[in-house]
Design a protein around this ligand. Structure first.
Ligand SMILES: [Zn+2]
Length: 158
């Protein structure tokens, strides 16, 4: 078993640009491209999703021209972050449901949710390309904390 330091959960993120650690939520940003919004031939607005959400060092690694949408990382965490996510995906029980284009790919949105909300996911995902991780993820449908910790302990740098 590798002697890997396990990050305290939900306190350290890995920048999608420089791969360095973001150890302070105020120093990070979540950025994405404008989702495509299209109207069908009767004017009904349909919403697409960004192809990827990025967690980046604010200032040093974000690029407002390439990824014009962003929120401060610290506002995307905890219960407030979860409520932001719920609002992004669902307008709430009293308004019309969001209307998405057919076949919209929710995977990027769900992965960001995992990165921001599921303990140990952010560190473990760095090793998802290993055969051990592939074996585990092929045989399980949910990432438990112990599964994710196991991936870090076994596959992390020594
Ligand atoms: Zn960075």
């Amino acid at each position: 078993m590798a002697n890997t330091r396990i990050d305290p959960p939900l306190t350290i993120w890995y920048c999608d640009n420089c791969k360095g650690q973001i150890t302070e939520p105020h120093a990070g940003t979540v950025s994405w491209n404008d989702p495509t919004v299209v109207s069908d031939n009767v004017g009904v607005v349909q919403n697409d999703f960004p192809e990827k959400f990025y967690i980046l060092h604010k200032g040093a690694c974000d690029n407002m021209q390439r990824l014009p949408k962003s929120h401060d990382l610290n506002t995307m965490l905890g219960v407030n972050g979860l409520q932001w996510w719920a609002g992004y995906l669902w307008n709430g029980p009293t308004t019309a449901p969001m209307n998405f284009v057919p076949g919209v790919d929710l995977k990027p949105a769900m992965e960001l949710l995992y990165r921001l909300q599921v303990p140990y996911y952010e560190q473990a995902r760095r090793y998802f390309n290993t055969s051990y991780s592939q074996y585990l993820t092929d045989s399980t449908t949910t990432f438990t904390e112990s599964t994710l910790r196991g991936i870090i302990e076994r596959e992390g740098e020594q």
